[in-house]
Design a protein around this ligand. Structure first.
Ligand code: 6PG
Ligand code: NI
Length: 186
C-alpha cells in the first residue's frame, strides 16, 4: 500500500501553513473602520498597514455539513491608542458551532462573549489550547511586541456572523494599562 508525503505542513513554531491551495484574507487598517474605540488614533494609521492575515485550508466548500477547516491567523503587533491590534471577531452564523484555537507564537488574549453579552478572556501563549463554546463570539488580540500566531480548526458549516459585532461590538475591550493588558468594559 502506498505511503505518501503529507499534503499540508504546519510549522509549529510560526504557524506557517504550506500545501496546495492555502488561501487567506488580509485585514488592513482600511478594512477595520469602526472596530477600534479611539477613532482619532485610528485615523492617524496608514490605511494600508497590515493588522492581521490568515492562511487556511478549505478541503470542502464553505457550508458543507460535517467537514472541517484549518488555518492560522497572524496578528501584527500594534495599538490603536491604548487598544491592542485584534481581529474583527464574530459569532458563527450557525451559532452553536464550536471551534478550537491553539497558540504557535507570541502572546495574546482570546476574548469571548456569550449571547447575554457576558465577556471574559483567556491568555494565549505558545501551546495554549482553547475550546470556544457554542453561541460564543470570539476575537483574538495581540498583547505582545511580536507577531502573534494561532491555529484554528472549525466546522465547515459554521460560517461567520460579523454583523452582530459590527452593530453592538463586544462588551469589553483589551487595553494596555501601565504596559499590561486589561479587559475594560466597553
Ligand atoms: C473562523 C475562525 C478564524 C477567524 C480569524 C480571523 O471561524 O474562521 O475563528 O479563522 O476567522 O482568526 O478573525 P475574524 O474572522 O474575526 O476576522
Ligand atoms: Ni470562528
Amino acid at each position: 500500500m502506498k505511503i505518501s508525503a503529507p499534503k499540508f505542513m504546519t510549522d509549529w513554531k510560526t504557524g506557517v501553513v504550506t500545501g496546495p491551495e492555502v488561501q487567506g484574507v488580509e485585514r488592513r487598517v482600511r478594512d477595520l473602520d469602526g472596530v477600534f474605540a479611539d477613532e482619532g488614533a485610528f485615523s492617524q494609521l496608514r490605511p494600508d498597514r497590515l493588522v492581521y492575515r490568515t492562511a487556511c485550508v478549505f478541503p470542502v466548500p464553505e457550508g458543507t455539513e460535517g467537514g472541517v477547516f484549518w488555518g492560522t491567523t497572524f496578528i501584527e503587533p500594534g495599538t490603536v491608542g491604548a487598544e491592542y491590534f485584534m481581529t474583527k471577531g464574530h459569532f458563527h452564523a450557525k451559532a452553536d458551532r464550536m471551534e478550537s484555537y491553539f497558540t504557535f507564537a507570541g502572546t495574546g488574549l482570546l476574548v469571548l462573549m456569550d449571547t447575554a453579552r457576558n465577556c471574559w478572556a483567556e491568555e494565549m501563549t505558545p501551546g495554549s489550547t482553547h475550546l470556544i463554546p457554542p453561541y460564543t463570539a470570539h476575537r483574538t488580540v495581540n498583547t505582545g511586541d511580536d507577531v502573534f500566531s494561532f491555529g484554528a480548526c472549525w466546522p465547515s458549516d459554521a460560517g461567520h456572523d460579523y454583523d452582530s459585532i459590527a452593530e453592538s461590538g463586544f462588551s469589553a475591550r483589551a487595553m494596555r494599562v501601565d504596559g499590561s493588558p486589561v479587559l475594560v468594559p466597553a
